[in-house]
Design a protein around this ligand. Structure first.
Ligand SMILES: Nc1ncnc2c1ncn2[C@@H]1O[C@H](COP(=O)(O)OP(=O)(O)O)[C@@H](O)[C@H]1O
Ligand SMILES: [Mg+2]
Length: 247
């Protein structure tokens, strides 16, 4: 199976931005094929990657029982539908998960989805996953492997606390990430040594991505990560981290 790079963290910490930069990095290394999974219902990742999304996995799930031709099994039908939801972009494919299921029971559909997603992931060398804070898709088992986990935090004490809570959420699932890295994003300084020591009990490594005011405008102007300058400080900063952490 491919190498899963998973981003987690509270909203607004920079997950989607760093996930998009990771895709840019992998493409620059020519390590294809890459599957990008947007598992945040408030998606902005497609825009950062300059992809237009027509449909999400959620709409496949919710409509699965209604639209299925009678002559087809649920498995066959879902496989066809999921493959039609995956957007093919330049050098990578994108699957947008959409809303997690509501109170209705989609157990049968979910079990088939789990299997199909695993099979699909088998076809890729790298899978980059951008998660929402609640990690809903992970806790429901739709995503079940993490090689490299990036937990993104803002530098305030409350930001670090939030990162620890997300780490706890993941420890409650059965998924054991091969490597867990804390990224302090939008940083101005490194964190104090005493706190750092504490955090290294939970994370293999702590890295910093420093705040860059011009970069803040990236999402406001609707630009993609493919048209930023090679000298962009956040990109140069994060690229070094990826070089160190990605196998
Ligand atoms: N290092 C950074 N410096 C300045 N702005 C940043 C940095 N990292 C991310 N941003 C900005 O922060 C905002 C939130 O980022 P986003 O990736 O959408 O967060 P999330 O996906 O976690 O909700 C965006 O406007 C983004 O451009
Ligand atoms: Mg996001």
């Amino acid at each position: 199976m491919g190498y899963f790079i998973v981003f987690a963290g509270k909203g607004g910490t920079g997950k989607s931005t760093l996930a998009a930069l990771t895709v840019k990095y992998l493409l620059s290394k020519n390590v294809k094929p890459v599957l990008v999974v947007d598992a945040d219902p408030n998606f902005c990742l497609p825009e950062l990657l300059a992809v237009k999304v027509r449909e999400t996995l959620a709409s496949v799930r919710d409509g699965a029982m209604h639209n299925k031709p009678e002559t087809m099994s649920l498995d066959e039908w879902l496989e066809i539908r999921i493959n039609s939801v995956i957007e093919e972009a330049e050098g990578f494919d994108l699957l947008v998960m959409g809303r997690p299921e509501g109170s209705g029971c989609y157990c049968a559909v979910n079990n088939v989805l789990k299997r199909i997603i695993r099979e699909i992931a088998d076809n890729y060398r790298y899978i980059v996953v951008d998660n929402e804070a609640g990690m809903e898709h992970i806790s429901r088992g739709l995503l079940n492997k993490i090689d490299l986990l990036f937990i993104i935090a803002t530098p305030a004490k409350s930001g670090i606390q939030a990162a620890l809570r997300i780490d706890e959420l993941i420890r409650e699932t059965n998924i054991v990430p091969q490597k867990k890295v804390l990224i302090v994003n939008m940083a101005f300084n490194e964190i104090e040594d005493s706190q750092k020591e504490q955090l290294l009990k939970y994370f293999n490594k702590i890295h910093y991505v420093f705040f860059d005011r011009d970069f803040m405008k990236l999402s406001e102007t609707g630009r993609s990560v493919f048209n930023i300058s090679e000298n962009e400080p956040v990109w140069k900063n994060f690229k070094k981290i990826l070089e160190e952490e990605i196998e």
